[in-house]
Ligand binder design. Sequence first.
Ligand code: NAP
Length: 284
Amino acid sequence: MKRAFIIGHPISHSLSPKMHKFWLDELGIEGSYEAIDVAPENLEAELKRLQNAGYVGGNVTIPHKEAVMKFCDEIVGLAKGKTKAINTLVFIENKIVGYNSDVYGFSKNLSSNGIDFDNINSCLVIGAGGAAIAILTELRMFFPPSNIGQSNRIIYVTNRTRDKSAYLSKEFECCVIDWDKKETILPSVDLVINTTSLGMKGQPELDINLNDLRKNSIVTDIVYNPLETNLLKQSHSLGIKTVDGLGMLIYQGVLGFTKWFGVDPSTKEGLLEKTRELLVKNLS
Ligand code: NAP
């Protein structure tokens, strides 16, 4: 029986165990996916224990996404470059291989909601944390930096702590917008992405007035609890297309599940839709 895990601190809030157990059941795979609370000081020892116990790998969540990188023998794909966080581990023989599946989850969520990056010329990324870095890594695939100055394709970044957005502007060749002036750029953006934790249950709201955003723009929030954040509610009321963050969670999970258990859950017809229904019911 293949065993996978999610490690974090705390971990009881995570929806990932529900999702992966559902996929194991629906796909008839004999396996497990366990939530394990790991305090930061125990991370290295716990990884060794999981490896020795024969786990196939697992997910990594807050606060270990960055710290776990130094225990990886190999970092694959986009996670190797500018992305400074790992959320998926695969144990192969004696090696720990790290991936960042948020990168894939983000763009797959948009594309499965009918968003075509070819039709987007400019984005505003709100936030400059780990998720913002993953998203910028992905956006840069669709918005090559060489296009800056040659066309209108441009990425703006705004963050409460300006130093962090200034750092990202250098790494990803973006334009920094002051946190308290972010609304001024709205008339010229096609896609607004909230990557902060603002709007999440128990957190303050994201304070932004979208009145100046064009009606054919798109707003996406990677916060998924609540499913319809105030940012998305406001966008709806203005008639602006929205994409919520639950699909990103589901698609990032698809990548790990496929690597651990050898079956891609998105290939079973209707399974991801049923997964979404299940997770919505489990949002508290
Ligand atoms: P992180 O690295 O801690 O970054 C947090 C970001 O939120 C920073 O930009 C931070 O700004 C900003 N922020 C926090 N509190 C703020 C406040 N009171 N006012 C203004 N800005 C504030 O976290 P992360 O890993 O990027 O995750 C961010 C959110 O994305 C979390 O809610 C997480 O659950 C969600 N997420 C969702 C998915 C998904 O699958 N849908 C995947 C990954 C993450 P400063 O730099 O100024 O502190």
